[in-house]
Design a protein around this ligand. Structure first.
Ligand code: UD1
Length: 422
């Protein structure tokens, strides 16, 4: 099993290219099921989660090939010969549930295993189910699978007022409603950039959608969708992660492809902590103002709030801040698994329910630590960048789900990091 070995060192400098967004790609790929014609994605990230989605879509009958070393994904779902998303694939990744809406819209039926994914909370499917029901579907849970059936004649336009702005449930609703008969309205929709990216692609395929990026999305169903080529939006979570490297280790790093609009709430917190973030022609330039950042309080929220997917990395940065920071996790109930590992490196953190209080220490010390989910694993690598001595981050298979060549990208800016096999 692979581990990552980091030897803490001084300031970092240089440029890091930021890939296309994993979470955008994972919803753009199932959109191929909505059309008989080809869908091509460019700027795709090379990640194991993308391979899992490829495997899932192929199992449903999609033809998929990759070009340019995986950066281009060419898909065609001319004929679909299966409507069952099997547990053996779905359990690897929760985003597999994003085939539910497209399959139901295209075939009038879908059987989708309840998903697995990161162990960061219960993550139920009730909002996805209610969304499909609002479009006229009947959904039942049997043997660990959701069995969804559209009414005779296909899905019908409907109104759904979501209790919580779920990203995935918004994506499933919008995709399904694109082929439903009549007009659908989603109220309290999620507003994440990945949803805006999905809608932009669906529009290229011929969908009629308005209001993406706001909390009310209106979809006028069409009879069929056509072909499109679409460039995947920049990964704001990878962007935020690399922005934290010079915050933790010092120096100056330019994140290529980054834009402030993707990470506004996050950049505002960095500014309050004593970090300069400026937009350049090619991306975002990040530099810590003093020797040490200042403590700041963070509350995770749906977009445009501070992203839960950057909470672990931000906590890593705040472990060595001057003062006491309070981090509140409002999206997932069990997302502080990185805290005990950071404490093994000398961090002072008190966790009570959804709140973590971090008392900054002067410096962390290297230690063997264990990655427990995707963002937790990268937070440990970030913390190790400036820790004294060596840190061995074990079980990095989570990392490969969401970060392209993390050790290469960090080496490029001067970090002492390598992948080792144990
Ligand atoms: C997406 C992202 C994930 C990110 C999350 C929140 C992808 C592939 N993944 O996940 O990286 O952390 O958004 O920004 O895009 N919930 C319910 N019922 C449901 C659905 C969700 O109660 O039917 C709850 C979840 O348990 C969780 C919260 O809503 O507490 C947020 O989940 P959601 O926005 O759906 O996240 P995902 O789409 O799974």
């Amino acid at each position: 099993m692979d581990s990552i070995l980091v030897r803490g060192n001084g300031p970092l400098s240089g440029q890091v290219p930021i890939a296309g967004a994993k979470n955008a790609c994972l919803t753009l790929m199932p959109a191929t099921l909505l059309s008989e014609e080809p869908l091509t994605l460019t700027n795709a990230p090379r990640l194991s989660d993308i391979k899992t989605m490829t495997e899932l879509l192929q199992s449903l009958g999609a033809e998929i090939s990759t070009l340019q070393d995986g950066k281009v994904i060419a898909m065609s779902s001319h004929s679909m010969d299966n409507h069952i998303a099997d547990y053996e694939i779905v359990r690897k990744m929760r985003a597999s549930n994003l085939v539910l809406g497209p399959m139901l819209a295209r075939l009038g039926k879908a059987v989708v295993s309840l998903p697995g994914g990161c162990a960061i909370g219960a993550r139920p499917m009730d909002l996805h189910i209610e969304g499909m029901e609002a479009l006229g579907a009947v959904v039942e849970l049997r043997d660990g699978y959701l069995h969804a059936n559209a009414p005779i004649g296909g899905l019908k336009g409907g109104v759904y007022n979501m209790r919580f702005a779920s990203v995935g449930a918004t994506e499933n609703f919008v995709m399904a409603a694109s082929l439903a008969k009549g007009t659908s309205i989603l109220k309290n929709a999620a507003r994440e950039p990945e949803i805006v990216d999905l809608v932009s692609c669906l529009k290229k395929m011929g969908a009629q959608i308005e209001g993406e990026g706001t909390s009310e999305i209106t979809i006028q169903g069409v009879d069929r969708l056509g072909s499109a080529t679409h460039e995947v939006v920049t990964d704001r979570i990878e962007l935020g992660t690399y922005m934290l490297a010079p915050v933790i280790a010092g120096g100056e790093v330019e994140c290529l492809g980054g834009r402030l609009s993707l990470v506004k709430a996050f950049s505002e917190k960095l500014d309050a902590a004593g970090v300069d973030v400026s937009e350049t022609e090619r991306g975002l330039l990040v530099r810590r103002r003093g020797d040490r950042v200042k403590a700041v309080d963070v509350v995770t929220q749906p977009f445009p709030g501070f992203p839960t997917d950057l909470q672990a990395q931000m906590m890593a940065a705040l472990t060595t801040a001057a003062g006491v920071s309070v981090l509140e996790e409002k999206i997932f109930e069990n997302r502080f698994m990185h805290a005990p590992e950071l404490m093994r490196m000398g961090a002072q953190i008190d966790v009570h329910g959804g709140t973590a209080t971090v008392t900054g220490v002067e410096t962390l010390k290297g230690a063997p630590v264990m990655a427990t989910d995707l963002r937790a694993s990268v937070s440990l690598i970030l913390a190790a960048l400036a820790a004294e001595g060596e840190t061995l981050v074990k079980r990095v298979y989570h990392l490969d789900r969401g970060y392209e060549r993390v050790e290469d990208k960090l080496s490029q800016i001067g970090a002492h990091i390598e992948r080792v096999q144990e």
